[in-house]
Design a protein around this ligand. Structure first.
Ligand SMILES: *Cc1c(COP(=O)(O)O)cnc(C)c1O
Length: 405
């Protein structure tokens, strides 16, 4: 594909590049924050760009992800599943990273940046608790004070993750405003950031929020795509896979793996939860400092997302994904709860891997479309974003409920 600019929209070859000082991805992105938050965003943008241009920062980042995080994560060929589906399935094993998902890449990057800015405290928001646990982990490793904002409803639902964060030395602050879930925890974390910005960094958990977060988090996660590009080339005679598939909540694991293949002819496919499909059913709007596709009612009120996987329960999507969808470079689709549970079970039985419910969304689409939207004989790389240990109790209940109905 050639580089071209139509009506100011960058051509494919400039996709997933530097979104500029305003953090624009076509019509999406930006920095829609109160005046009081602008200096913090500008400071962070400058600090990130300076660090990311420094080979010393990359060295330290990659050394920690290797020694502490277990990178590089392998690419696994799924022989039995491939035979069953008639397509070659490869898994990028982010489930094998320390703490059990890709989230570590982002929090190690941001914790290092916190130190580099001379700050001693990190705050984070969390829904189900996964990003909170990852943030608490990175803070413990680097000796930072950590406070995690979590909706009161989620604190009750996820008491084990609250305990994990406390074990790691973090403080969990229940948020009692609004619906007392993730959306409100983000608002509260932004408020706390403004008032404590002198010594505090806000470690946002996905490729969303105001610039520079969508850009910065994608860059920290791009290690997934860089590794996978080389690993796939070794397995596919130098070629890139025909398809690269990832689940999408905010979109950080998808952005990380897509960035390694955006300049190839690989089809890029993001799979949202059917009950949280911001590309499929959302409309453009502004939330949490960014313009993106959002789940809204007719009055523009943000709707709650619903999914069996808490990590996909976000009413929006990162702005760069909205742009990749608008340009057609990436496709976005969805998977429903039942097929997701089936996918988790099938992977477990055929390959000996229990994956996270989030990751099972990507797999569910592959299972549904093999031989259909995915031509027989294709090679498909699936980003297995996380391991399923956190989900087994829930899966047992869901399967028990299914046999009753
Ligand atoms: C948090 C999480 C996700 C969703 O976040 P993205 O930013 O969309 O990647 C997906 N998979 C796992 C295992 C997670 O923990």
């Amino acid at each position: 594909m050639s580089a071209r600019a139509v009506n100011g929209v960058p051509g494919p070859s400039t996709l997933m590049g530097d979104p500029g000082p305003e953090g624009r991805f076509g019509d999406f992105g930006g920095r829609f924050v109160p005046e009081s938050l602008v200096p913090a965003c500008l400071e962070l943008d400058a600090a990130f760009r300076e660090a990311w241009a420094d080979p010393g920062f990359h060295l330290e980042f990659e050394q920690i992800l290797t020694e502490f995080g277990g990178r590089p994560t392998p690419v696994t060929r799924c022989l039995r599943l491939s035979e069953r589906l008639g397509v070659t399935v490869l898994l990028k094993r982010e489930d094998l990273a320390h703490t059990g998902s890709h989230k570590l890449n982002n929090v190690i990057g941001q914790a290092l940046l916190t130190q580099r800015m001379g700050k001693t405290k990190m705050i984070a928001e969390t829904g189900a608790g996964q990003h909170g646990v990852a943030s608490a982990t990175a803070a413990a490793l680097l000796g930072l004070e950590c406070t995690v904002f979590m909706g009161e409803v989620d604190v009750e639902r996820q008491s084990l993750n609250v305990f994990r964060m406390e074990l790691l030395g973090a403080t969990v602050r229940p948020v009692t405003s609004g619906s007392r879930t993730l959306k409100d925890a983000v608002n509260e974390a932004m408020r706390a950031w403004v008032s404590e910005v002198a010594d505090t960094h806000y470690c946002l958990g996905s490729v969303m929020g105001p610039h520079p977060f969508p850009y910065m988090v994608r860059e920290f996660q791009s290690i997934i795509g860089r590794e996978a590009r080389g690993q796939c080339a070794a397995l596919l005679d130098g070629a890139a896979p025909d398809l690269v598939v990832a689940c999408v909540g905010g979109g950080s694991n998808a952005a990380g793996i897509f960035s390694g293949f955006v300049d190839t002819s690989s089809r890029l496919v993001g799979v949202e939860a059917a009950g949280g499909s911001a590309i499929g059913t959302g409309i453009p709007g502004v939330l949490h400092g960014m313009k993106s596709q959002l789940l809204q009612d007719e009055e523009g009120q943000i709707k709650e997302a619903h999914s069996i996987s808490a990590g996909l329960d976000y009413p929006g999507i990162g702005p760069e994904h909205a742009h990749l969808a608008a340009t057609g470079r990436a496709e976005y689709t969805r998977a429903g709860d039942d097929e997701v549970i089936d996918a988790l079970c099938i992977l477990a039985e055929t390959e000996g891997i229990i994956c996270a419910l989030e990751s099972a969304h990507a797999l569910a689409w592959v299972l549904r479309e093999a031989g259909g939207a995915i031509p027989a004989g294709s090679s498909v790389l699936v980003n297995l974003s996380g391991r399923g240990d956190k989900d087994v109790a829930q899966v047992r209940e869901l399967l028990a409920a299914r046999t009753k109905r």
